[in-house]
Design a protein around this ligand. Structure first.
Ligand code: NAG
Ligand code: NAG
Ligand code: NAG
Ligand code: NAG
Ligand code: NAG
Ligand code: NAG
Ligand code: NAG
Length: 609
C-alpha cells in the first residue's frame, strides 16, 4: 500500500548510475545504504503487502530482483524475474515461502502481512551496464482488541485502597497506551488513592503486544454509581485511534452515619388494639440488617431485623421508642402515643327512682387527649349534663352520655341511662256545673307512675263513662258528667302497683245551685315536705288576705248598713272584682286553699296502700 502523504515517505530525486556493473550489483546487495530517501508502505496485519518497484523499467532491462535488509544483518534476495526469459523465481527463504508474487511490472506482493515483515525491501532493476534501486519501508499495524476491565472488585469500600480491576487490550501492534476514566474524566494517579500500574506482554510467535493496566482505587461515597472505563490508544495505518471499554459501576460500601426510626401505620393516630410496626434503617451501604430496639417497659434492648411489630397495644405502650445499630451506636428515637377514651356513666342502665328523690349523675371521661362530652335525652341534645335534686315525672327518659376524641378518627364511646320515675297516685278532685245547669262535671286529676288506673263510684255504685286525657309527664285527668237528683258522694280511686288512693267529694243535687268555682280536693297524705312548706306559706298569706278582704267587706257593710242584705253582698263581690285580675285570682285560689285545708283537716281522708 503506497502512502506518499505519509510523513516518513520521501522520494529520491535521482538514482545516480553506478559505475560498477555486476560488482556494483553485488556490493549493493551486500551493503546498507543508509540515508537514502525511502518509500513507506503501511499494511494492516494479515493483509497483502503490495510493494511497487518505483523504478522506471529501462528498455534494456535484463532482470529484476527484490531483497530485504535488516539493520546489522546481511540482506537476503527473495524474488527474481528475468526480462528476457519472462520467468520468475522465488528464493528459498522460509519466512516468505508461498507468500510472494512478483508481477510483470516488478510489483512484489506479500500475502498475510505479519510483524516480521517490518523491514526495508529493495527493488533492483539490472541492465547490461547499470543497476537501479528503490527501497520501501514496510510498516505493519494491528488494532488491539477492545479493552476489557477484568478481575473486577465485587465492591469497593470508602477509605480503603483496593484493586478495582485490570484493563486489558490484547494483540495490538505497535504497542498501545491504556488510560482509565471515571465518569468520562481521565483518572490521574494520586498518591495513596489512585495507583495505576501498566504492564506489557509480547507474544513471541506473533510479535503482538498485550497491554494491561491495573487500577487501585480508594473511593468516596460520591463514587456510588460512578462509571469506570478504560481506553486503549494506538497507532493505526491512518494515525492515532482509540477504543473504549464497556463501563463498569462498582458497589461502594460505606458505613452507616445515621439511623432512622419510623412508625409504619395507615392511620394518623394509634389507638388501643392497633398493631404498630417500627422500622429502623441505616444510611450505610450495604444497609444494616440488624438493630437493637429499646421498647418502653422492656429492661433490655431487643435485637431484631429492621422491622419490629408490637401487637394489640395498650395505653401503657405510650412512650419513647429508640433503635440503634447492634453496637449500640447511632440512636434514633420517636414518641408513640396510644390514644384511648374511657367513659364511665354512673348510674347507667335502667334505674328506677321515686318521685322527689335525688339522683346524682356523673359521666367521667378518661382519655389521651381532651375529649368532648355530649348529652342526649331521648335523642335530643341537652344543654348541660343532667343532675336531679328532686325527681319529676318529666325527668324520666333515655339519657346518653357520648364522647369523642376529635383528633383520633373513630374513637367514640357512649353509655345509656334509662331513668324511670315512679310515684304513688295523687288525686286532685274538682267539680263544675255545666253551662246550661243540666249536669255537673267531676274531674279527678291523677299523678303517678306507672300510670294509675282510675275508678269512679257514686254513692256506692260504679260509674264507667269516665273520659281520660293523655298520660303526659305522669299526669292525666279523668272526668265524669253527672246530673244527681239528690246530694251524692262521688269517689275517685286511683291505683298503681305502688298504692291505691281514694278521694271523695259531696256533690249536691242538680236542682240545688251551688257556687261554680272548682272545689279542689287533695288527698292529704301524699304531700311532700316541700309541698307542705309551700302550703303553710300559702295558708299564712291566704289568712292575711282573707282578713283584709273581711275587713274591707265589714267596712262596706257598716257603711251601707241601711241597705238590703242581698244588695250589700252583691256590692262586696263587685269590689273584689275591681282588684287587679291576677291578684283576684290569687285571692280566689288562696281562699280556696283555706277552705280546702279546713275540710281536709275535718275529714282526714284515708288511703289504702
Ligand atoms: C503492476 O501490475 C499489477 C498486476 O499485474 C497491477 O495491479 C499494478 O497496478 C501494476 N503497477 C503499476 C505501477 O503499473
Ligand atoms: C503513550 O503514552 C506516552 C506517554 O504518555 C506517549 O508519549 C505516547 O505517545 C502514547 N502513545 C500512544 C499510542 O498514545
Ligand atoms: C394485629 O396483628 C394480629 C396478628 O399478628 C392480627 O391478628 C390482628 O388482626 C392485627 N390487628 C390489627 C388491628 O390489624
Ligand atoms: C401494659 O398493660 C397490659 C395490660 O393492660 C399488660 O399486660 C402489659 O404487661 C403492660 N405492659 C407494660 C409494658 O407495662
Ligand atoms: C385540654 O383542656 C384543658 C382545660 O380545658 C386546656 O388547658 C388544655 O390546653 C387542653 N388541651 C388540649 C390539647 O386541647
Ligand atoms: C258529706 O256529707 C256527709 C253528710 O251528708 C258528711 O258526713 C261528710 O262529712 C261530707 N263529706 C265531705 C267530704 O264533705
Ligand atoms: C243538700 O246539700 C245542700 C248544701 O250542699 C243543703 O243545703 C241541702 O239541704 C241538702 N239537701 C238535702 C236533701 O240534704
Amino acid at each position: 500500500m503506497e502512502t506518499p502523504s505519509a510523513a516518513a515517505s520521501s522520494r529520491r530525486e535521482l538514482q545516480p548510475p553506478s559505475p560498477l556493473l555486476l560488482l556494483g550489483l553485488l556490493l549493493s546487495a551486500l551493503c546498507l545504504r543508509p540515508g537514502l530517501g525511502l518509500y513507506t508502505v503501511n499494511t494492516v496485519y494479515g493483509d497483502t503487502i503490495i510493494l511497487p518497484c518505483h523504478v522506471e523499467v529501462p528498455n534494456d532491462l535484463m532482470f529484476g530482483k527484490w531483497k530485504y535488509e535488516i539493520a546489522n544483518k546481511a540482506s537476503a534476495f527473495i524474488a527474481f524475474r528475468s526480462a528476457i526469459k519472462k520467468n520468475v523465481q522465488y528464493d528459498d527463504v522460509p519466512e516468505y515461502k508461498d507468500r510472494l508474487t512478483l508481477s510483470e511490472n516488478y510489483t512484489l506482493s506479500i500475502t498475510n502481512a505479519r510483524i516480521g515483515d517490518e523491514k526495508k525491501f529493495v527493488c533492483m532493476l539490472v541492465t547490461g551496464d547499470n543497476v537501479f534501486e528503490e527501497a520501501t519501508i514496510v510498516k505493519v499495524f494491528k488494532q488491539p482488541s477492545q479493552p476489557e476491565i477484568i478481575n473486577q472488585a465485587n465492591f469497593l469500600e470508602t477509605e480503603q485502597l483496593k484493586m478495582l480491576g485490570e484493563c486489558i487490550a490484547k494483540d495490538g501492534y505497535p504497542e498501545g497506551n491504556l488510560t482509565w476514566f471515571k465518569n468520562g474524566v481521565v483518572l490521574q494517579p494520586v498518591e495513596g488513592a489512585v495507583i495505576i500500574t501498566e504492564q506489557t506482554n509480547v507474544d513471541k510467535a506473533s510479535g503482538l503486544f498485550t497491554v494491561t493496566s491495573s487500577l487501585e482505587y480508594k473511593p468516596t461515597k460520591a463514587d456510588t454509581n460512578a462509571q469506570f472505563t478504560c481506553t486503549v490508544t494506538y497507532f493505526g495505518p491512518t494515525g492515532q485511534e482509540t477504543i473504549r471499554s464497556e463501563s463498569v459501576v462498582f458497589d461502594i460500601h460505606y458505613p452507616t452515619e445515621k439511623v432512622n426510626i419510623q412508625v409504619l401505620s395507615q392511620k394518623n393516630a394509634i389507638t388501643e388494639g392497633d398493631n404498630i410496626t417500627l422500622k429502623c434503617s441505616g444510611n450505610g451501604n450495604p444497609p444494616p440488617q440488624q438493630f437493637l430496639f429499646y421498647i418502653p417497659g422492656e429492661p433490655e434492648p431487643i435485637q431484631s431485623s429492621s422491622l419490629y411489630i408490637l401487637t394489640d397495644v395498650r395505653r401503657n405502650a405510650t412512650g419513647e421508642y429508640r433503635c440503634s445499630l447492634t453496637d449500640e451506636s447511632l440512636v434514633d428515637s420517636t414518641i408513640i402515643t396510644v390514644h384511648y377514651l374511657d367513659l364511665s356513666l354512673t348510674p347507667s342502665g335502667e334505674v328506677i327512682k321515686q318521685i322527689g328523690e335525688a339522683l346524682p349523675v356523673s359521666c367521667t371521661i378518661s382519655s389521651s387527649r381532651n375529649a368532648t362530652v355530649l348529652w342526649l335525652k331521648d335523642n335530643k341534645r341537652m344543654r348541660s349534663s343532667p343532675s336531679f335534686s328532686s325527681l319529676h315525672y318529666q325527668d324520666a327518659g333515655n339519657y346518653i352520655c357520648e364522647t369523642t376524641l376529635q383528633e383520633v378518627e373513630g374513637l367514640k364511646k357512649s353509655e345509656i341511662l334509662t331513668l324511670i320515675v315512679q310515684g304513688k297516685p295523687q288525686i286532685k278532685m274538682s267539680k263544675k256545673t255545666g253551662p246550661d245547669g243540666s249536669h255537673k262535671v267531676i274531674a279527678c286529676q291523677v299523678e303517678g307512675f306507672p300510670k294509675p288506673v282510675v275508678q269512679w263510684t257514686m254513692s256506692g255504685g260504679a260509674i264507667n263513662k269516665a273520659k281520660e286525657t293523655n298520660f303526659v309527664n305522669g299526669k292525666f285527668i279523668s272526668k265524669i258528667e253527672i246530673a244527681p237528683e239528690e246530694n251524692v258522694t262521688v269517689t275517685c280511686i286511683a291505683e298503681n302497683q305502688l298504692e291505691r288512693t281514694v278521694t271523695s267529694m259531696n256533690v249536691s243535687a242538680i236542682s240545688f245551685r251551688e257556687p261554680d268555682e272548682p272545689e279542689e280536693k287533695n288527698d292529704g297524705n301524699r304531700e311532700s315536705v316541700n309541698d307542705q312548706a309551700k302550703l303553710i306559706v300559702g295558708i299564712v298569706v291566704g289568712l292575711l288576705l282573707a282578713a283584709l278582704v273581711a275587713g274591707v267587706a265589714y267596712w262596706l257593710y257598716m257603711k251601707k248598713s241601711k241597705d238590703v242584705n242581698g244588695e250589700s253582698e252583691k256590692e262586696a263581690a263587685q269590689n273584689i272584682q275591681t282588684l287587679p285580675r291576677s291578684a283576684s285570682k290569687h285571692v280566689d285560689k288562696d281562699l280556696g286553699n283555706i277552705e280546702e285545708n279546713k275540710k281536709l283537716e275535718e275529714n282526714n281522708h284515708k288511703s289504702e296502700a
